[in-house]
Design a protein around this ligand. Structure first.
Ligand code: ATP
Ligand code: MG
Length: 655
């Protein structure tokens, strides 16, 4: 049978209002204030965005039209001239922020560097001139394949300054994945480093670039620019390869920002590939600048004396919007860290917080679950009293992980913003505003002002409260993707042709299921591709996984459907255990009973598969489509280029 919607079975009733001290100084101070702003924006989205664009950003020339909407193609601030690098740098130089720390960087081996706004501006201008000298013009695409070092941000801002769209490829990807992306983007130049430090080893990035472009692998690439980071030997090809530090010496530090058309392409970025082949998402200048600016300001309640840290990699949209563009546009101090938690230093994040007195900390559920598994003694040994706000992004956060984050990291005094969004949306879409919206663990709460979200059935009709359905956005917003690079048809059929409202409206849908509770809070239930169809019920993955994770033995869980003659699909759960527990038949039975107790008999897993590892994308998301293949005994099919560790599949087959 096919129903139109998804059933919701989990109840979570805990409520955490913002601490009143926090609300008093927040930009948005109360739920009433949020509602007023939300309603006003809903009634007239165009004036809402136009007012903010006028007030928050510098424009070389004002737009003629706020929105040109020819579904599914939107243009924002049509005719306006703007440069995001100017908004992130130049405009702060005429204020006291000139000598404020813009970027605080900490390297994995313990080296560090701080760049003030004036210093960052200088570096960006120089590098922009270097790019120009090497023949990079407005409109040329530039590949960036780098470790998490300041030069990555400098390169992005330099590209933006001269109007050359960048495409950042995560430094952990192989030469094959790099090659596909550089080819798709037809990059003229690649910026890289000799290598980077990751988990106490070096990774040879330049070598991967050499492999990708060897034998005309990427015919469009003419030059390769190399930062010296690890000082390991690399091969430099005369006339093609240049050292960053040589280039920076020869050029002037004066480079006015190019007035860009609001709709000029700012960057191409490929999605994580959790559900299939990555898509080349195109973002443009004016709308993206506004959207990342205002979401950073209101959601992270970012103040001038805050030290703000987002742990993402610049290779993901989170790094673009919430390490580089959003914070710098606000004149904030943004921290960048090269390392990741590793066996030799599982507490490195807490060290960074203590060392720099970080006030706002933004990370991913996958990291939080790993910290829980490693034990709370590690964070407890550090002083993290500087923290005032926490955030998460990337996957649904299981309520138990939320509670742990709140208690152990936030010391029960920091609001948590659980931010739902996507590469495609440019910025955060559904989230608490931390001074205004009481949080419920596991819920991303309410849409940001100006975002007209809904949960609907396949015909676009809103489903009833507490019923699951498809999470859509019904009105264009400034940060939305404009197209799939060179593939408008894929844009149309990936995002705009799943839900068919009868009245011919266009709803944006990017694949997630959700429900809204009686109070209007949103609960993301997982990807609709992952929905399990069991005995006539359509169940999302999130709720069953959260039930499993709420058992003290379980660290992480991923559930998928396995074909079953009687039920259609049977629930198959992959489970990793907390360190002090081990797999047994007894525990298996206990976990099945636990799910029944938490959410009911329909959700009882037929199989529990204990494992040490789960397959994840390099951005840390569980790839259930691969687990589905494994559970049903099929060959693993589909794109695995974004899989973090190919060995995981072998281990799962063996176990
Ligand atoms: P692909 O589109 O290639 O399959 P992807 O969807 O993982 O990959 P991203 O754009 O990195 O690529 O991730 C966006 C997705 O991450 C969302 O659609 C959603 O499923 C999930 N997500 C992000 N933040 C949250 C959150 N706070 N709560 C629930 N889910 C989230
Ligand atoms: Mg996606």
């Amino acid at each position: 049978m096919t129903t139109n919607t998804i059933e919701s079975i989990l109840q979570e009733n805990r409520l955490f209002p913002p601490p009143s001290q926090f609300s008093q100084t927040a930009y948005i101070k109360s739920f009433e204030e949020y509602q007023q702003i939300y309603e006003k924006a809903k009634t007239d989205p165009q004036s809402f965005w136009a007012d903010l664009a006028e007030k928050e950003l510098h424009w070389f020339e004002k737009w003629e039209k706020v929105l040109d909407w020819q579904p599914p193609f939107a243009k924002w601030f049509v005719g306006g001239k703007i440069n995001i690098s100017y908004n992130c740098l130049d405009r702060h130089l005429t204020t006291w922020r000139k000598n404020k720390a813009a970027l605080i960087w900490e390297g994995e081996p313990g080296d560090s560097r701080t760049l003030t706004y004036a210093q960052l501006h200088r570096e960006v201008c120089q590098f922009a001139n270097a790019l120009k000298e090497l023949g990079v013009h407005k409109g040329d695409r530039v590949g960036i394949y780098m470790p998490m070092i300041p030069e990555a941000a400098i390169a992005m801002l330099a590209c933006a300054r001269i109007g050359a769209p960048h495409t950042v490829v995560f430094g952990g990807f192989s030469s094959e994945a790099l090659k596909d992306r550089l080819n798709d983007a037809e990059a003229k130049v690649v910026i890289t480093a000799d290598g980077g430090f990751r988990k106490d080893k070096t990774i040879a990035l330049k070598e991967q670039v050499d492999l990708a472009i060897a034998d005309q692998g990427v015919p469009s690439v003419e030059k390769v620019l190399v930062v010296q980071r690890t000082k390991e030997p690399v091969t430099m090809v005369e006339g093609r390869d240049y050292w960053w530090h040589d280039l920076q010496q020869k050029v002037s530090a004066e480079c006015p920002a190019e007035p860009m058309d609001s709709e000029d392409m700012l960057f191409i970025l490929y999605t994580s590939g959790t559900t299939g082949k990555p898509k080349g998402v195109v973002h443009t200048t004016g709308g993206y600048n506004l959207y990342t600016h205002i979401t950073t300001k209101w959601i992270f309640d970012l103040k001038d004396d805050d030290v703000y840290w987002c742990t993402a990699d610049v290779g993901w949209i989170t790094g673009h919007s919430y390490i580089v563009y959003g914070p710098l546009s606000n004149g904030a101090t943004t921290v960048m860290y090269e390392g990741v938690p590793r066996p030799s230093n599982p507490g490195c994040f807490w060290d960074v917080i203590e060392k720099y007195g970080v006030n706002i900390f933004y990370t991913a559920p996958t990291a939080i679950r790993a910290f829980m598994k490693a034990g709370e003694d590690i964070p407890n040994a550090r002083n993290m009293s500087s923290l005032r706000l926490l955030g998460t992004v990337g996957e649904p956060i299981n309520p138990e992980a939320w509670m742990w984050y709140y208690r152990v990291i936030g010391g029960e005094k920091c609001p948590i913003v659980d931010t739902w969004w996507q590469t495609e949306t440019g910025g955060i879409m559904i989230t608490p505003l931390p001074g205004a919206i009481p949080a419920k663990p596991g819920s991303c709460t309410r849409p940001f002002p100006g975002i007209i979200a809904d949960v609907v059935d396949l015909d676009g009709n809103p489903v009833k409260p507490e019923e699951g359905g498809y999470l859509v956005v019904k009105h264009p917003w400034p940060g939305m993707m404009r197209t799939v690079y060179k593939n408008p048809e894929r844009f149309r059929n990936s995002y705009w042709e799943h839900i068919y409202p009868k009245d011919g409206q266009y709803f944006y849908f990017a694949g997630d299921g959700a429900r809204r509770d009686e109070e209007g809070y949103y609960w993301v239930m997982g990807r609709v591709d992952d929905v399990i169809n069991t005995a006539g019920h359509r169940l999302g993955t999130m709720e069953i996984e959260s039930a499993l994770v709420s058992h003290p033995a379980v660290a992480e869980a991923a559930v998928v459907g396995r074909p079953d003659e009687v039920k259609g699909e049977d629930i198959y759960a992959f489970v990793t255990l907390e360190n002090q527990y081990s797999a047994s038949d007894q525990l298996m039975k206990e976990l099945k009973d636990h799910v029944v107790k938490e959410i009911g008999a329909i959700a009882r897993p037929g199989t529990i598969h204990f494992t040490d590892v789960l397959p994840k994308t390099r951005s840390g998301k569980i790839m259930r489509r691969l687990l589905r293949n494994l559970a049903s005994g099929q060959e693993v099919a589909g794109d695995t280029s974004t899989l973090e560790d190919k060995g995981v599949l072998e281990k799962l087959r063996g176990g």
